[in-house]
Ligand binder design. Structure first.
Ligand code: IPM
Ligand code: MN
Length: 352
């Protein structure tokens, strides 16, 4: 099969972790006789430095022409403490999501048997955790009307959702639940917010189309609490953009390291696959960042974008093997030897 992949390495540790995923993908392609054509493009702070724009049109064209996008991370500390910066790397990510119509963000949380004791939570709380947070990605407060009034002394951001936006996201959630344990949790704040009441009403109306799926409705504050108490009681969860942003960071540490969880963003055009972690600028260029979340994002890409299940499964098996044999970066090595980012990538590619 011919796989046309756009490669957006981005900033910070992005290029280093992307390099390892490329090694792994190329090894998989060789083994299964696929032909991958990689096209690199700029996004984030490096794109601002080069062309003054975090998601240039040229990058958008590369993404539209590709069958899938593999993305590293964006962000640079020089923008973090400057709320007045006219262009910011994160704007590139939001623009990319909007222009590619990536309205559904699939963020799984699962545990690795060999890493259970790395989790900040107790073993008995997390064993068996295997959940997916499906976050709405192109609406809500991220994209609503915002501004300043009162000579700049009052600021507002608005959260708006349409029934159609909720329906298309919830539909993916119901369908995902059908392929798993047929449990769906709608996370909202319907006791306070009107937009949440529309979420609840819309999902309730859809229940009759999926009679086998058991739906629960829970408030986001309670979910934030239960997620660290009993993560293994959840399966598929659907929620709006900002709640999903917060809950997926919370959920990502359950597995033991932020450097492990992959994600997919899907929607109207080319799907995008990226690690959940950020650009980790303190580690940039040091060859110490954990590449596994990016490698596992590549596995999601093989399966979801190309329907290549066996290839995806092989990547996951080799990742599990590296964890079990301690071929890991410093975030996971404890008192044992820490391998470099590039060494982990080489080991994975060799074992493919
Ligand atoms: C994420 C990130 C982004 C978000 C930022 C960088 C704009 O935190 O992908 O979760 O808030 O969506
Ligand atoms: Mn986030």
């Amino acid at each position: 099969m011919k796989l046309n992949i756009a490669l957006l390495a981005g900033d910070g540790i992005g290029p280093e972790v992307i390099d390892q995923a490329v090694k792994v993908c190329d090894a998989v392609a060789k083994k299964f006789n696929h032909e991958i054509s990689w096209t690199s493009a700029l996004t984030g702070a490096c794109a601002i430095d080069a062309v003054g724009e975090p998601y240039p049109d040229a990058t958008h064209e590369v993404c539209m022409a590709a069958d899938a996008i593999l993305f590293g991370a964006i962000g640079h500390p020089k923008y973090d403490n400057d709320p007045k910066a006219p262009v910011r790397p994160e704007q590139g990510l939001l623009k990319m999501r909007k222009k590619l119509g990536l309205f559904a963000n699939v963020r799984p949380t699962f545990t690795f048997p060999s890493l259970i004791d790395n989790s900040p939570l107790k073993r008995e709380r997390i064993e068996g955790t295997d959940l997916i947070i499906l976050r709405e990605l192109t609406g809500g407060i991220y994209f609503g009307e915002r501004g300043r009034k009162d000579n700049g002394n009052t600021a507002f951001d608005t959260c708006t959702y349409t029934r159609d936006e909720i329906t298309r996201l919830a539909k993916i959630g119901f369908e995902m639940a059908m392929t798993r344990s047929k449990k769906l949790c709608c996370v909202d704040k319907a006791n306070v917010l009107e937009s949440s009441r529309l979420w609840r009403e819309t999902v309730q109306d859809m229940e009759k189309d999926y009679p086998e799926v058991t739906v629960s409705y829970e408030f986001v504050d309670a979910v934030a609490m239960r997620l660290v108490q009993w993560p293994n009681t959840y399966d598929v969860m659907i929620t709006e953009n900002l709640f999903g942003d917060i809950l997926t960071d919370e959920a990502s540490v359950i597995s033991g390291s932020m450097g492990l969880m992959p994600s997919a963003s899907i929607g109207l055009h080319t799907s995008l696959f990226e690690p959940i972690h950020g650009s980790y600028p303190q580690a940039a260029g040091k060859d110490i960042a954990n590449p596994l979340a990016t490698v596992l994002s590549a596995a999601m890409m093989f399966e979801d974008a190309f329907g290549l299940k066996e290839e995806a499964e092989l990547i996951r098996q080799v990742v599990n093997k590296s964890l079990a044999e301690g071929i890991v970066t410093e975030d996971l090595s404890g008192k044992n030897k820490a391998y470099k980012t590039s060494e982990v990538g080489d080991w994975l590619a060799k074992n493919i």
